[in-house]
Design a binder for this molecule. Sequence first.
Ligand code: COA
Length: 260
Amino acid sequence: MYRYLQIRRDGAVEHVTLNRPDVRNAFNDEVVTELRQWAEGLAEDPGVRVVVLAGAGKVFSAGADAAWMARMAEASEAENEADALATTAMLRAINTLPVVVVGRIHGAALGGGSGLAAVCDIVIAEEGAIFGFTETKLGILPAMISPFVLPKIGVSHARALFLTGTRFTAARALAIGLVHTVVAAGQLDAAVADVVREALTAAPTGVAAAKRLIPQVAGRSPEDVAALTAKTIAAQRVSPEGQDGLRAFLEKRQPGWVPQ
Ligand code: COA
């Protein structure tokens, strides 16, 4: 159904793998369209609770396809902007998926590849993986990914890394908040499986509500968000999953959403 994505469903877990290994999973307009369609479809699918985003072949993703970017010189300004907005829409669609999105990073995540890591909730990287906001090395800049990267790494690291385009290690990606766990070579799939198992013990509606809440609360004072946070917990604790989870704890049993 997709040319550049491999999709595999395993119960409530959807594995989506970028599949353009000959160009190191660089993404062009077709990949962007496919990722957006996939994410928008998934957002409507109540059967999925966790997504694992990975790359086929040697690396996770080499970012935007340089040939595609170079070709945009032939397009009008309006076409150029529409094309960039389509990338933003794709990133936003993944960023706002109401499920846990796990990034599985091996080899390299460069440019937009690091941008894709930034729209994941939990990123697990192999220790040899390299990262980088390398766009300025190619004469362009990390524009569409910036609103997704900044909340992860902050202004200080963004300034240092965007302006130099330097490549950096998984250890540094961990230190700045782009990555959450670094594992030894060969341990990536086991680490991803652990985090997937953990994620499946969290209530789906609680996960979706928490994911919606975080960007609404970020950067605001407790006073500013008091009404919102009160409304959110008031609705969740009386909801079927809120009630099941609280009562399950008190009754020393598993709530209904935990896989048997
Ligand atoms: N856009 C288009 N093509 C790309 C690409 C990109 N972002 N990244 C890699 N490719 C292509 C290469 O041109 C090469 O094509 P060829 O076989 O026709 O020569 C092929 O993918 C393999 O790349 P190569 O560099 O030989 O692979 P590698 O395994 O040695 O290294 C990377 C992998 C990802 C480290 C390296 O390809 C790289 O640094 N890519 C650029 C990443 C980048 O700066 N991205 C930001 C883009 S804005």
